[in-house]
Design a protein around this ligand. Sequence first.
Ligand code: NAD
Length: 256
Amino acid sequence: MHLAANPDVLERVRAWVDDAERVVVLSGAGISTDSGIPDFRGPQGVWTKNPDAEKLSTLQNYLADAQVRKAAWRSRLAHPAWEAKPNVGHLALVGLERRGKLHALITQNIDELHQAAGNSPDRVIEVHGTMRKVTCWGCGWTGPMQPVLERVRSGEADPSCELCGGILKSATISFGQQLVPEVIERAMQVAREADLFLSVGTSLQVYPVAGAVPAARSVRARIVIVNAEPTPFDNVADAVLGGSIGEILPRICGGG
Ligand code: NAD
């Protein structure tokens, strides 16, 4: 991926970051592609290459169809996130926190790589949940994912809850599933507290999360979008940096 961002614009955004006191970041799947986790809608995205994969992410299909659940468990077992390490993009955001500038990090990602990189868990707002936990759809039990994956490895194609026999699912928000109201409200609240809002690696097509951009705009926060492809909010941004996150973020987040 080429660095399409103009050096003057990069310098200007870096100066904005230096001046900012409450940076709010919204990250999406694009920040984790350099860690080997494909996004959904980018050129190499899971759905771009295989539109049927979306079915596995739809709650109604998952709950109704054991075949869909079995396929989902196979896909969880093989997920690249288990081997993935944070990349320079994640680390740049840790640098922003160490400089005392990061007010909050709203993420649509479910891979926990921001926390693995070193961002404080209490600053990370996971609007779409986490794939590292599992939840029972019957009794609400929640626990770590790995022991359940171990059951799949040992031959249970569709493991059920050991407490109530209910359907188990990763603690992520599927299509057709409601967001957790307190979590999305907190995301919108921090967006309204930003003086600089940095959208990174998201196509900004998923609502209500994408509404964090206009929420930040409504309090006159500067809006900066870092993404390889255009987004529907480019026209309201103060700067759009089209290019590689791994090249751009270290340049705009660094101190000095
Ligand atoms: P998306 O797939 O809709 O968009 C990702 C965007 O990032 C694309 O526009 C792509 O061009 C851009 N991009 C990819 N790699 C890049 C790079 N190295 N540099 C610059 N830009 C890059 O992703 P989204 O908006 O986050 O929405 C997808 C949903 O899928 C999210 O809600 C999330 O829950 C889920 N998801 C999560 C992960 C993860 O946790 N890592 C991975 C895939 C999907």
